[in-house]
Design a binder for this molecule. Structure first.
Ligand SMILES: Cc1cc2nc3c(=O)[nH]c(=O)nc-3n(C[C@H](O)[C@H](O)[C@H](O)COP(=O)(O)O)c2cc1C
Length: 367
């Protein structure tokens, strides 16, 4: 049974979600007394029952999840600081993935999950289970019953990224341990078709007892407070967490994130060389030149097919590749694809993951 506190926090969200992003809006509440009570609640960061359930489920100190990017060094730092780390394994070999999982298990108490984009075949799940990975998360699709059985038989847990009532209903049928609600404000590839202020209430309505985390545009403790007051169990952060000392980005990419303002990102399909899906990126020179020519389709893009850089293992990076600049890449890195969410304008420094987590928690509590 869902307890009263949780129910009422979800109800509050439904009442107030139609204004001001996912932040609560007291303008919606007619009585002044009720409004001031809501403001007080908002000023004090308190976890709801769904957050507490999430913390217990994964033995976490904070309901802060790393999104897919950043690398295993960042995942370890986040897990050690009390959050949930993540490794992005969609395109990695089973052998490399096995090694990373073993390392992470040595360094942490297992507070990390493997992310797979199901638009591509997940090739390393069995190997990961052998390596001792127990948490998985899927986006861009639903895991098959075969995958779910393998995870469950090994005592594992899994989450599914959703973005609407319709896909949340289908995801819930698979009985995941958590849902991630991605909104259009997110950086990287975006399966969402609406902002979180619309998506989250729909997902909460069908999630029942399953904890729902918000993903997209979360950069500060205040953003986290808003999400949790609006019924989310926690938050998933991509852009904020990669803007840290431990992430595997090039220094140039980190610097661009730091310099970006409120209006620096764009939702586009510009970088669709390897995967034709919508994404949110910084307006780098490749995007600006393509836009200046009227956003021509594949086959007619300016500089299409041009090699602009090399991977550490000598592979070509093409101008419209979805590869972002990571440590070891060389070449014209500024014209590569630099993913960022709408919250990038609020990022003012590059702290360590542990410093960031402590700060976000203090901000959340409003201390
Ligand atoms: C650099 C970058 C790479 C990403 N790669 C993946 C990925 O491999 N798999 C995935 O499910 N989501 C990926 N995402 C999306 C994130 O999971 C998440 O939805 C997003 O980062 C949330 O928005 P935010 O960046 O504003 O926090 C990526 C996001 C970024 C910024």
């Amino acid at each position: 049974m869902e307890n009263q506190e949780n129910k009422s926090s979800r109800r509050n969200f439904l009442k107030t979600s139609s204004l001001g992003g996912i932040g609560l809006s007291t303008a919606f509440i007619s009585s002044t007394a009720l409004a001031s009570q809501k403001v007080k609640e908002r000023e004090i960061g308190k976890l709801n029952e769904s957050s507490k359930k999430l913390l217990t489920l994964f033995n976490l100190k904070y309901p802060f999840f790393q999104a897919a990017p950043g690398g295993s060094k960042l995942a370890a730092a986040i897990a050690k600081a009390g959050g949930m780390g993540c490794v992005q394994l969609t395109w990695s070999s089973a052998d490399d993935s096995y090694e990373w999982i073993q390392e992470l298990n040595k360094e942490t108490n297992g507070n990390f999950f493997a992310n797979y984009i199901l638009h591509f075949e997940p090739k390393s799940i069995e190997k990961l289970l052998e390596a001792g990975c127990r948490n998985f998360q899927f986006s861009w699709g639903l895991p098959s019953q075969e995958i779910i059985s393998k995870i469950r038989n090994a005592g594992g847990k899994f989450g599914i990224q959703v973005s609407s009532r319709e896909n949340a209903v289908k995801a819930v049928e698979l009985k995941p341990d958590f849902l991630i609600c991605q909104g259009l404000e997110a950086g990287g590839h975006i399966q969402a078709t609406q902002y979180n202020k619309y998506a989250l209430p729909q997902v909460l309505e069908v999630a029942g007892e399953i904890p729902v985390l918000v993903s997209g545009g979360i950069s500060t403790g205040e953003d986290i407070r808003s999400a949790i007051h609006n019924g989310a169990a926690g938050v998933v952060m991509g852009t904020r967490f990669i803007s840290t000392k431990e992430s595997n980005l090039t220094d140039g990419y980190r610097q661009k994130l730091l310099e970006a303002g409120e209006n620096s990102t764009v939702y586009t399909n510009c970088f669709n060389q390897d995967w034709n899906a919508m994404h949110r990126v910084l307006r780098t020179s490749t995007f600006l030149n393509w836009e200046a020519e009227g956003c021509p389709l594949q086959g007619n893009k300016p500089g299409e097919g041009e090699v602009i850089g090399k991977t550490p293992w000598g592979g070509d990076i093409l101008r419209y590749s979805g590869r972002r600049p990571v440590e070891g890449d060389t070449g014209d890195l500024e014209s590569m694809c630099m993913y960022a969410g709408e919250g990038v304008g609020k990022i003012k420094d590059i702290p360590s993951a542990a410093e960031l987590i402590e700060r976000l928690w203090k901000e959340f509590e409003n201390k």
